[in-house]
Design a protein around this ligand. Structure first.
Ligand code: GLN
Length: 577
């Protein structure tokens, strides 16, 4: 089959398709219908209405944007299993929605009176796949999220050498509004107020003829390019006025900077502060911030417009500063736990970059004592608990607690691992044989979880063995093995360990010799048997959790798998009804 036929086959049935179907497949890949890279295709689809599309029409239709269409339809975008990934994100979003801890910033009315219940998450990948849940269209002031981009702007206009004559790049370990400076009288970094006021000064000093408000407009244009013009960047006069009225601490910082080291090119202190406060008063939505974050993740090229907004070198420096100091005096712990460059603002936004993969933004106004959004930080933690996004997850040599990497297609990866294992078992490989034996023991113990040995469980066991060992054992032999194990377990009564407890102990001891794939295959085999009759019983659930724990697989990962299974069951029920 030639490539075009294969592409057509992926959206057609019996040699025909229609616009609705092509649209559906595109949106399943994460590509929105307003994506600039598919404008011709989308327009042509609209012209076709509900007419049927054959191979020839399809070829002409997608020709001009063939590469992009192919990447989307053939699951070649950075997150191939987009729908599954979105379901996982929804689960994490829901988990966090019930957290009402923390409090709104209350130093100005607009933040104090913001609805604290708002909760939104938006994601954009470096391939421009987008998703958004909850309150993602609400304009809010970006506050300190502006800081790294003002720094980037200073780097781009004035260069790193000049910029760093006035501001450092060290985490301060102090609250964001502290009056501390480094021994050489520079502020610690561009992400604390002192550093951000100084970066505003650097930028303002380079535009002697422009007002602070006009320079703010230039910076708003930068934000607009970063978010691919997804929405218009607003400015909140109300926020600006309140910020100015309450800026006593920021004034103190500005005077300190002027008194200690002097301001760049003797810029006017009021102009410098006005620019700083105006940048805090820029308003955007979580959706827009997610695309801006994705542009940073993509080295400065906006994924949805293809425009190079910042140079890679500027982005590299910006992300480094975000990593070191973006989460205020909690930046160290945040790096420890989440390991991603991020920036929060007191209105409740957090903007996070997963380099080379995606950017995301959360919005929820309640803050923790550091001034970071409680739900935003919780989301980052749970995300990194399930996916290999921590900057050092790739150090693990195969031991991440079996976190998921959405970059690889799970399905393709499993197929490959299974066929390798079956080949190795057939050649008597010791490692593969160990995996097989543990897998068999786990499957049998899950079969015994509810006391009966059911036919569907035996069949699943036999099928799984066939996949892994290349030969399908007789289900009746499996029944005999299981019955013998059950017998042993009953005979043991209350003395000593049950065979299941022995198995759990053995897994705990031997797991360090298994890599992630081996551990996953063992758990997956047990999981398949637990699901064999279409539901996971309480006893099976308990045993699965014990096995996962013994294998060092996080409960978060197991819960996502259970969620996927339940969705599969629900959708096959719907298809059947
Ligand atoms: N406008 C706030 C200030 O300067 C911004 C601080 C923040 O978001 N942490 O104090």
């Amino acid at each position: 089959m030639d490539q075009m036929q294969a592409l057509f086959a992926s959206v057609s049935n019996d040699g025909t398709t229609d616009a609705a179907r092509v649209h559906a497949r595109l949106s399943e890949s994460g590509i929105s219908s307003d994506d600039f890279r598919l404008q011709t295709t989308i327009n042509r689809l609209a012209e076709l209405g509900d007419r049927s599309i054959d191979l020839e029409t399809f070829g002409a239709l997608v020709g001009p944007e063939l590469m992009m269409v192919k990447r989307a339809l053939m699951r070649q975008l950075i997150i191939p299993d987009w729908v599954d990934f979105c379901c996982d994100i929804q689960t994490i979003y829901n988990n966090i929605a019930g957290d009402h801890s923390g409090a709104n910033a209350d130093y100005i009315p607009i933040l104090r009176d913001a609805d604290p219940e708002k909760w939104g998450v938006a994601i954009c990948t470096v391939d421009g796949q987008r998703m958004a849940i909850g309150d993602v269209e609400i304009y809010h002031s970006i506050q300190s999220v502006s800081k790294p981009l003002t720094y980037a702007y200073a780097l781009a206009r004035e260069g790193a050498e000049y910029t760093h004559q006035f501001v450092g790049a060290e985490p301060s370990g102090r609250p964001f509004n502290a009056l501390d400076l480094m021994p050489d009288m520079r502020p610690f970094n561009p992400c604390v107020n002192a550093g951000a006021i100084m970066t505003a000064g650097i930028v303002a000093s380079g535009w002697p003829d422009k007002s602070a408000r006009d320079i703010t407009q230039e910076i708003m244009n930068l934000w607009s390019d970063l978010c691919g013009g997804l929405g218009s960047v607003h400015f909140s006069e109300e926020t600006m006025l309140s910020e100015r009225e309450t800026a006593h601490n920021n004034f103190a910082i500005a005077y300190l900077l002027q008194g200690r080291k002097g301001l760049p090119r003797d810029v006017d202190l009021h102009k410098m502060l006005d620019l700083y406060l105006s940048c805090c008063s820029i308003e955007m939505t979580a959706k827009m911030l997610s695309v801006a974050a994705a542009t940073l993740a993509n080295g400065g090229v906006c994924p949805i417009t293809g425009k190079e907004v910042l140079s890679t070198d500027v982005v590299k420096k910006t992300l480094s500063v975000m990593q070191a100091a973006g989460m205020y005096d909690n930046a160290g712990v945040f790096t420890l736990e989440v390991g991603l460059p991020a920036k929060s603002g007191v209105a409740g936004a957090v903007m996070v970059v997963v380099p080379n993969l995606m950017g995301f933004a959360t919005f929820s106004p309640r803050l923790d004592p550091y001034g970071n959004s409680v739900r935003g930080v919780a989301f980052c933690r749970q995300l990194v608990d399930r996916f290999t996004f921590h900057v050092y997850d790739n150090l693990s040599g195969g031991h991440t607690g079996c976190k998921r990497d959405p970059r690889a297609s799970q399905h393709q990866r499993k197929q490959r691992d299974l066929s390798d294992l079956s080949w190795a078992v057939s050649h008597g490989d010791r490692y593969a044989t160990k995996v097989r034996d543990l897998m068999l023991a786990c499957m049998i113990d899950i079969t015994l979880a509810d006391g009966d040995i059911e036919a569907s469980e035996l069949a699943t066991m036999a099928d799984t063995c066939a996949e892994i060992m290349g030969e399908r054992p007789d289900p009746e032999d499996l029944r005999a093995t299981a019955a013998a194990r059950q017998h042993r377990s009953e005979a043991l009564g209350t003395q000593g360990k049950t065979p299941f407890e022995e198995l759990v102990a053995q897994l705990g001891e031997e797991r360090s010799q298994l890599d992630d794939n081996g551990r996953e295959i063992i758990l997956e085999a047990a999981f398949r048997v637990a699901c064999a009759d279409g539901m996971i019983e309480a006893e099976e659930d308990l045993k699965l959790r014990a096995l996962a724990e013994a294998l060092g697989i996080s409960t978060g990962v197991l819960e996502l798998e259970i969620g996927r299974f339940q969705r599969q069951v629900a959708s096959s029920r719907m298809a059947g009804s």
